[in-house]
Design a protein around this ligand. Structure first.
Ligand SMILES: *Cc1c(COP(=O)(O)O)cnc(C)c1O
Length: 360
């Protein structure tokens, strides 16, 4: 079996052990004579799988009973609409922090429903850093404060949680959830599309503080309602059962790795190794301020961008895939989520040093 090192930003690498287990039980799930994806979502078997996935997810993040965990569809993009619809109540505005492309998309969608106050933005500095707490201009009548802890495309990440008083703090954690321990109690809502650090595309998880479940606007589509999802075990309609099952396998895998403390240590080592390789050379560059650098998505450019295609082609030959930067940014980007092992980062940094020697 030849598995490459996959640095894709999303859908991203999954643990090989998880794929092997899914393969082993694909056709005949645990002796039942059919696949888990052929079963009713209301069968005892699937409900048990779903509940166990939720329990493992709660264990990993130490989520208290004050929060509902919802398994939804529509991706993180669906949540850009679901958040205002579910949380605005009678309020006429919401605060948003703007740190890059995903923040901007969330803001654009929220504007369809409410007036948006941009509480801080580093756009004039080309999103090379996240703002400081002192820069936040929160407004009194905002229903909530939204931010993007990790900007997947720009490669910048908050190393701290904004202090927002008694407003619910809402976070799009699509590309950073489960990458290290997290104090969920600081948040009103956390949401994340699965295809970066949870499982396959097609499912999205929202962690919603239960006291926020009564704020939805009357026009909220039933398929987007947190309240409806919470009171129906995320099964008001058919959930993406196979993606839910696979996410559950990933949660078991994470527990077997030692949970989020252990993952956080590995992720810190991986990022430190790659940033050291970039910073230690004049041939590679990462422009993000040191205190705002992402642990998960690391963009870098070559001193001579005419070498980009060559870099990508030779990397692919070396078994290092999907290093092309986002189309809006160019250059390279290595996404090093939980399922990307330390050996992948080691192989990448060795390749980078060797490529530099040949081409500098
Ligand atoms: C990938 C991503 C999204 C979009 O997710 P979809 O599931 O494709 O809608 C939104 N926000 C962040 C931070 C992301 O990384």
């Amino acid at each position: 079996m030849a598995r490459v090192f996959n640095f894709c930003a999303g859908p991203a690498a999954l643990p090989t052990e998880v794929l092997q287990q899914a393969q082993a039980e694909l056709v005949d799930w645990r002796g039942k004579g059919l696949s888990i994806m052929e079963m009713s979502h209301r069968s005892d078997e699937f409900v048990a799988v779903a509940e166990e996935a939720e329990k493992d997810f709660r264990d990993l993040l130490s989520i208290s009973d004050d929060y509902a965990v919802l398994f939804l569809q529509g991706g993180a993009t669906g949540q850009f609409s679901a958040v205002p619809l579910n949380l605005l109540g009678n309020a006429a505005s919401a605060d948003y922090i703007n740190t890059g492309i995903w923040s901007k998309k969330a803001i654009a969608e929220a504007k369809r429903y409410t007036s948006v106050n941009v509480a801080a933005s580093t756009e004039s500095e080309n999103f090379m850093r996240v703002p400081t707490q002192a820069e936040l201009r929160l407004t009194g009548d905002a229903a909530y404060v939204h931010y993007t802890p990790n900007e997947t495309i720009g490669g910048l990440e908050f190393q701290w949680i904004p202090e927002v008083g008694d407003k619910p703090l809402v976070a799009d954690m699509s590309s950073s959830i489960l990458s290290r321990p997290l104090d969920v109690s600081r948040f009103g809502v956390i949401y994340a599309g699965a295809q970066k650090n949870i499982g396959p595309a097609g499912i999205c998880i929202a962690i919603v503080r239960k006291d926020l479940l009564d704020r939805e606007r009357p026009e909220t589509p039933v398929s987007m309602s947190y309240k409806v999802a919470a009171s129906n075990g995320s099964m008001y309609n058919t959930p993406p059962t196979y993606a839910w099952y696979l996410s559950g396998l990933v949660f078991k895998w994470l527990k077997a790795q030692g949970g989020l403390e252990a993952m956080g240590e590995v992720n810190k080592r991986k990022a430190a190794q790659l940033y050291a390789a970039i910073d230690g050379s004049d041939f590679y560059n990462n422009p993000i301020a040191l205190d705002s650098r992402s642990l998960m998505n690391i963009p870098f450019t070559l001193a001579d961008d005419r070498l980009n295609d060559r870099f990508l082609a030779e990397a692919e030959e070396a078994g290092l895939l999907n290093l092309q930067g986002h189309r809006s940014v160019g250059g390279m980007r290595a996404s090093i989520y939980n399922a990307v092992p330390e050996s992948a980062v080691k192989a990448l940094t060795s390749f980078m040093a060797e490529f530099e020697k040949r081409h500098a």
